[in-house]
Design a protein around this ligand. Structure first.
Ligand code: C5P
Length: 231
């Protein structure tokens, strides 16, 4: 039986990929399936949490039971929806694959082919939502005890290289927990299984053995539950 250790804990999760519009019919996107974020939402709800899932584009997952879902397209929308709910959350998990850049402007009409070949796409930087949430906590805009979890999909041959990138990212983002996934070799994006490490801000590191995204969600939530202050 699942532990009921998240009873009454308000968990806000982002999942899926963002779509950055170019014109009314085109966008820049990524291959995030949303499976890991949806698995986290489903398992957290089963363990008693009050879950809100802010979902970008996903490929397969059905809506988890007993979870509030908000749908978004772009990183800016995702940022707005996460920020608006952050102060009313005990745990925030950024599992979404957020585009780092977006087109500077969205064309009103479908972009034409043009005689001179492809027109360049000018990009601008999206907000780093995770880093912004950590900053907001530091500025007392959200509760000081809010647990903030980030994800990192790292490519790299040697596991050591992946871990080093993860450690640097944890410091840079300032979150409490970073889930590090090795991408490639049939892992992470789009696949049913996942593997990696859980890095804590205090330096503790836990391996996440290869397994289903549901099992991975359970392991992540074990560590999250231990970080939530007693209620
Ligand atoms: O820097 P990188 O994109 O690898 O960081 C990944 C983590 O940061 C994920 O938790 C992702 O949801 C989050 N992120 C974000 N805003 C961005 C880019 C990434 O919150 N603009």
């Amino acid at each position: 039986a699942l532990p009921y250790d998240l009873a009454g804990v308000r968990v806000l999760i982002s999942a899926g990929g963002t779509r950055e519009a170019l014109d009314p019919v085109r966008y820049l996107g990524n291959h995030s399936s949303g499976k890991q974020g949806y698995a986290l939402a489903r398992v957290a709800a089963q363990r008693g949490a009050a879950v809100t899932l802010v979902s970008g584009a996903v490929s397969e997952p059905g809506a988890p039971a007993a979870v509030d879902i908000v749908h978004v397209d772009s990183a800016v929308e995702l940022s707005r929806e996460m920020t608006a709910r952050a102060a009313d959350s005990d745990v925030i998990i950024m599992a979404a694959a957020v585009a780092d850049f977006r087109p500077v402007g969205v064309a009103d009409a479908k972009i034409k082919k043009g005689a001179e070949g492809p027109a360049p796409i000018e990009l601008t930087t999206n907000p780093d939502i995770l880093a912004g949430l950590v900053r907001a906590r530091g500025a007392d805009e959200i509760g000081a005890s809010t647990v903030i979890v980030g994800f990192a999909a790292e490519t790299g041959d040697a596991d050591a290289g992946v871990l080093d990138h993860g450690r640097a990212k944890l410091r840079r983002k300032g979150c409490d927990l970073l889930v590090v996934n090795a991408v490639g070799e049939g892992r992470a994006f789009g696949t049913a299984d996942n593997a990696g490490w859980l890095l804590h801000a205090d330096g503790t590191e836990t391996g996440l053995p290869y397994g289903s995204k549901t099992l991975m969600a359970s392991r992540i939530l074990d560590e999250v539950a231990a970080l939530v202050p007693d209620r």
